[in-house]
Structures are given as structure tokens and as C-alpha cells.
Design a binder for this molecule. Sequence first.
Ligand code: NOJ
Length: 586
Amino acid sequence: MARSTRDLGKIVAYQIYIKSFCDSDGDGIGDLPGITSKLDYLASLGIDYVWITPFFPSPQRDNGYDVSDYCAVDPVYGTMDDFDELVREARARGLGIMLDMVLCHTSVEHAWFQRALAGDERYQRFYILRDGRGSAGPGDPGEPPSNWQCAFGGSAWQWEPRLGKWYLHMHDVSQPDLDWTNPEVRDALVDVVRSWRDRGVAGFRFDVVNLISKPEVFEDAPGGNGRRVVADGPHVHEYLQELVERAGIGDMLTVGEMASTTLEDCVRYTAPASRELNMVFNFHHLKVDYRGGNKWELMDPDIARLREVFQTWGEGMQAGGGWNALFWNNHDQPRAISRFGGRGGAGYEGSSWEKVGKMLGICTHLMQGTPYIYQGEEIGMTNPGYASIEEYRDVESKNYYRIMLDEGKSPAEALRIVGERSRDDGRTPMQWSADEHAGFTTGEPWIGVAPNYERVNVAAEEDAPGSMLEFYRELVRLRKELSVVSEGSVRFYDAGAGARRVIAYERELSGEAADAARAAGEPVRAVVLCSFDAEPCEAVLRGSDGAAVELAGLERVLGNYHDAPAAGAAGSVELRPFEAVVFVQR
Ligand code: NOJ
């Protein structure tokens, strides 16, 4: 039975980037026993599911998203016994483990690709191989079959002399895309997912899963953006239904990572009647600071656009019966606290650090959907601000640094851009304590710790009233305790001309749910205001019908200042810098 949105609304998930979470054996790389050792901490957050990024054998060109064996554990992360122990111990604490399935592509080191290279035609049919344009015949590459660029820079096609063909790789050259039109590929992937289900995992995150169905013909795309052409392809819904049904995971928690996706498709991916996935990650809200849509061109976040995206996706998914995963951070994103906090929020020194972190927490955790907390977000971890390109590890960051230099940017400018946009910004070691290397490892960490670890760390924030960590616990508690947060409908407000950097919305219960809440003395309505403004401003709330939103008589249940903001007549509220507040009506 697919889950009801009522269940999904009560859930909070936590994402672990295994490489940087906790190292148990001193090799500088996080591992499975490291996660097991932190299960009490995870349980103390009140979360329900833990999504762990890939720990399968991999040459690590893309930090594990280049899988060479789907059904084993990379020795650097531990053993299968360690995994079984983690599942067992997590379960004992009421936590479900979610695995990250990278089924769109393999590593070139996967046995399937190796067999293909060795001439086995059966495995050559596992991948997307094409002749070059203008090729004079066998052995002549000609030009790539289309102008598509891969996600990390450069052509999405690679000529492989051993195959006498070009292979498609939407990501790194070491990540050839699988051909899902081949039923044998789909069978093999069903077996993979089923084998992990049988090992006791509770859910799955599917990596770039809306890129699995390629168009029938490979034509040039505007600007070389093949991803747009491939996204939400012709058979994607059918493939997902088949995978979910045949792997027997319809009753487990599932989330799809959707690149360049549409609202219509996401409704379809997640509406229970489709029997595809429970929820989706889309990234439209995390592109509001890309100048001209280009990640590598800096721009201050456009909050009006952010509000528009949240409204479209919040109200649109609700109207279609779909379900959103709610998040600011993950291992592919710079830290939101650095990104949306202006210069003041970028480092711990900034006076707005705490206000921004808590405001961002309120903004997503009070929305309709299932929130995901990314490791370190709950303590306010920031971008590290590395001083040299040598400190970065990520393939995308290194490629784009070189591309920016080739385009004529100075090394200082390219480094500044990488500093704000690198995926490594979110991959620095988890800050457990003020000890050396933030208590992450007794060895040399694979990537440098952010310099603010002496102040921003779990030990410092544990049991500290008013800390970010305590605030996150409160956010999780609120979702569990108040059905208006887990089940209420969502409606966005206009905050008025004097509050262009404010996002405001309402959650509301109706019908039997409202009656039950009233009978239990619980709120039936919540009003949430979040200011992304470093200056004070006056919000005047209006609903979509233009009517003023009456705030008189509402009770403040949470905020990032000690007291409630001054509320005047006819929906007006004076918000302090980066203020966020939740009002309820019983
Ligand atoms: C999305 C993952 O989150 C990212 O880290 C990875 O590089 C790509 N998919 C390719 O697997």
C-alpha cells in the first residue's frame, strides 16, 4: 500500500554524506561503523529515516556516484557485516536506513562495462553506444553524435576505440549511462534493489532518476543542454512503476532526485495512484542565485523568484496530489546559511549566522512536504572558504575552475566563484567537537575541516539553550506534535511592497482533521513569516484574493528572536533582520 500524505507529513529524514560523517578507523574517511557510533545522536534529533550516500565499491571519481558493484560494500567504508549491524542498531532506535541507488549510470569499472569493452555484445547493449557524426566508417570517430554537454563540463559523449563507438555519459566521462530500453538492464537493476530491500533497508533515494529514459533520437539541444532534453523522458513513468512493483518496494519510503524536472511530471511521479515514488527533490529553488541560469556566474539570491518557486511547487503539488521533499542543503550544494545569509551569514563571525540558520529552518520545516536535514545543517555549518584550489576535491569544481581560467577569468576570480559554488562546500567533515579535525577523524581528513569548527560543533551546541541544534530539535518536534504542520494545506501570501525579501505562507486544517485538532486543543491554522532581509522591514500580509490577513489574536509558537515581532492592524508585521516567526490559531 502506498503511504498517505498524512504519514509522509509526519516524517523527517536526515542525510548522511558517508565520506565526511564520522571516521571510525583513522583513515580520514567516514565509514559505516562511524555512522553506527552516532545513532544515539541521530535518534536524539527526533528524525525517522537516515539516507546514506553511496558506499558501494567505486573508483571514487565522483565520490561513490560512480558505482562499480551495486551489491557490495567498498572496503574503505567497512564490510557487509558492518552494514547489517547498522541496520539492526538503527532499527532498535526506531530509525530506518535509506540507500542511495545510482541506477542511471555505472562506473567504467563496473563488470558490465568491462565486459562490453572486452567485446561482449550482450553487455554492449547495456550502454548507449552510437556512431559519430560524419564518420567515414568503422574506426573513424567523426564528431560526437550530438552537442550535449555533460554535467561536469565538456562533451557528454566519449569515443571509445575498443567499442568503435561513442558512449553517452550525462555526468563524468567515467560514468557511462545505462540503456533502460534494454529489458535485461531493467531486470538486473530490479535484482539490485530487491537484494537491498531483503537486507532490511527501509527506503531508497534514486539518483538523477528522471534521466533514465533517453529520447529516441539524439539531436542537438539548445546551448548543448542535453539534460533538458533527457529529463522526464518518454518512458520514465513506466520504468519507475515497473521498478517499484517488481522490486517490491511500494510500501517503503522512496524519493527521486529529479534534474531539470517539471511540476506536471513531479505530480505524476508522486501522486499515490501512479504507484511510482513517495516524493521528489527538485532544484528550482536552488537556482535563484545563478546569473542567467549559469551556476558559475555569481548573483545575489533573487528572493522574489524564490518565493514564486516555493508557491508554484507548494501549491501546485498540493493541487495535483503530489508530494515534495523539503530541503536547502545536500552534498551537491553550497551551505544555504552561507548562500542566503548575505556576507554577514557567510561565516560564524557574521552576527546574522544564528538568525539566518534558524530562519531557513523555519522556512522549509513548516512547509507542506517531508523535510530532509543534511548533516551539519542542524548545527549551522557553513562553506569552508578554502584559500586555494588545491584544497578542493570535487571533479566538477576542478573542471569548472579550469574552464573559467580558459575563458579568461583570473585565478582569484575563479577561486572566489568556486568558493561560493563548489559541491565541496557541503562536503567538509561533520563538526562533532572542538578537538582536532572537529572530532571527525584521528587521522588526516580526506578534505579540510571548515575553520569555524572550534565554535560551530555538536558538543558546543548540545544541551545549550537557544543553540541551532536545540532549535532544529524543536522544529522536528513541532512537525510531530502539530497536525497543522504535518497535514495542513498550504497557501502562500503576498507580503507587500515593503517586504520584497519576505516569504510568508499559511498552513490550515479543515474538515475532520480540524475538528480533531480543536478537540485536542491543537492549532488549526499556522502563519509563517520568513525575512531574507538583512534590514528591518514591514510586511503587510494579503491572501491571493487581496484581503488582509488578520494576525490579531494569533499566538507565537516559535521564532528566531526571543519575543514576537510587533504586529499591527490589517496584516502588518514589523520584521527584524532575518526574522522568522510561526504564529498559530487554536
Ligand atoms: C546526483 C548526485 O547527488 C551527485 O553527487 C552525483 O554527482 C550525480 N547525481 C551523478 O550521479
